[in-house]
Design a protein around this ligand. Structure first.
Ligand SMILES: *Cc1c(COP(=O)(O)O)cnc(C)c1O
Length: 391
């Protein structure tokens, strides 16, 4: 008894797929919102029953509707929804890596993934090397005999480095690696790594997929059924899954993905362009700027540049003045919501990376990261301008 009312046999353009690719109505009532099924258990018609739903850790109709939707959005064979983005990263890695295996990972990773690799998975004999994955030769050089996983993040956080996915897929295939991408920043609306042969697409759905700063969730979408079963096995074995309530909320957020991503990205471009022209800005990082390293690659491989912009101010005093005086921007961790967020990577998302390593990565104490929301772009610019001059 699948909840998907969408007809996947029709050819649909991507924006239509977001709404009708899967689970667009409740088959029992026709309701345009899939109901929340809070049930833990289900009546078994006979003990040998092979019915779809038996117990909600292994399967829940609301979560399944979400997972079908995620699989369609990423063009994957299967998807699993998790309690958070970090939970999804953990499930993706542990679905294939075992004790003795090595992981090659992007250097300027999300802080939580860095912590997972350096303080948790290392205790289970899973080792790692951090490399500049925007440089394919460096990736190739760092692959060892026991390398099992190539873990990628692009645009990277917070410096928005861009990865060439054609090159990564080739390296992965040559060395028999499972390739995975944390696709949080672009969302499947702008980039679908599975189309490039990447094995697992991972999300902190807390960010752009959810879009409203009102839930914590994660997702892993697998290119093949076989990999999907491995991820599912982790979900069932570790009890790491998304609740039906949050699955419903995420389904609701996804419906407006196109509208949010388009407007937020358009504003991000405008803001990045403005920052790039200010005397007090030392450096602007935005993949949509023609001077950004990797601009040509992302232009070719993705459908948009995303709504995250980072910049380095000319002094600590300026950095503090901006954080203390902005009125529309919310100083906070996180990103991807409809409200614009200003964050300070050195003390927030990347605080778990030691200072000297941070400095070597370019995450200086003057670096600020913007997640552009749905406010008027001119107001957002005026607000930064106002705050930056308060020194
Ligand atoms: C936020 C984030 C995560 C972690 O997600 P949670 O939902 O907070 O657990 C992972 N990767 C990236 C790129 C993120 O921005």
């Amino acid at each position: 008894m699948k909840l998907s009312g969408g007809n996947k046999d029709f050819y649909m353009k991507y924006s239509t797929k977001i709404l009708h690719g899967a689970a667009d109505r409740d088959p029992f009532t026709g309701a345009l919102s899939i109901p929340i099924y809070p049930a833990s258990t289900y009546h078994q018609k006979n003990v040998a029953s092979t019915q779809e739903y038996l117990y909600s850790r292994t399967g829940n109709p609301t979560r399944n509707a979400l997972e079908e939707t995620l699989a369609v959005l990423e063009g994957g064979a299967a998807a699993c929804a998790f309690a958070s983005g970090v939970a999804a990263v953990t499930a993706a890695i542990t679905s294939v890596a075992k004790s003795g295996d090595h992981i090659v990972a992007t250097k300027d990773l999300y802080g939580g993934t860095y912590r997972l690799l350096t303080t948790y998975l290392n205790r289970f004999g899973i080792t790692h090397s951090f490399v500049d994955t925007s440089n394919p030769e460096e990736v190739e050089r760092s692959v060892k005999e026991n390398t099992q996983v190539l873990f990628l993040e692009s645009p990277s956080n917070p410096l928005l480095k861009i990865i060439d996915f054609e090159a990564m897929e080739k390296i992965g295939r040559k060395h028999n690696l499972v390739t995975m991408l944390d696709n949080t920043f672009l969302s499947p609306y702008f980039f679908r790594p599975i189309e490039y042969g990447i094995d697992l697409s991972i999300h902190s759905a807390t960010k752009f997929l959810g879009g409203h700063s009102d839930l914590i969730a994660g997702a892993v979408v697998a290119r093949t059924k076989e990999l999907g079963s491995k991820v599912k096995a982790v979900q069932v074995s570790t009890g790491n899954m998304l609740s039906p309530e949050n699955s419903w909320l995420l389904l609701r957020g996804i419906k407006t993905l196109r509208a949010r991503m388009s407007v937020q990205t358009e504003s991000a471009m405008k803001i990045a362009d403005w920052l790039n022209r200010q005397k007090w800005v030392k450096k602007t990082y935005y993949p949509g700027l023609p001077g950004h390293p990797g601009h040509d690659i992302i232009k070719k491989q993705a459908d948009g540049y995303g709504a995250v912009v980072s910049f380095e101010a000319d002094s600590i005093e300026r950095t503090n003045a901006i954080m203390e005086n902005v009125r529309y921007w919310t100083v906070a961790v996180s990103l991807g919501g409809v409200e614009s967020i200003l964050s300070y990577p050195a003390k927030m998302s990347h605080a778990s990376i030691p200072e000297d390593e941070r400095a070597a990565l370019g995450i200086t104490n003057q670096l600020l990261r913007l997640s552009v929301g749905l406010e008027d772009a001119d107001d957002l610019i005026e607000d930064i301008d106002f705050a930056a001059k308060k020194i």
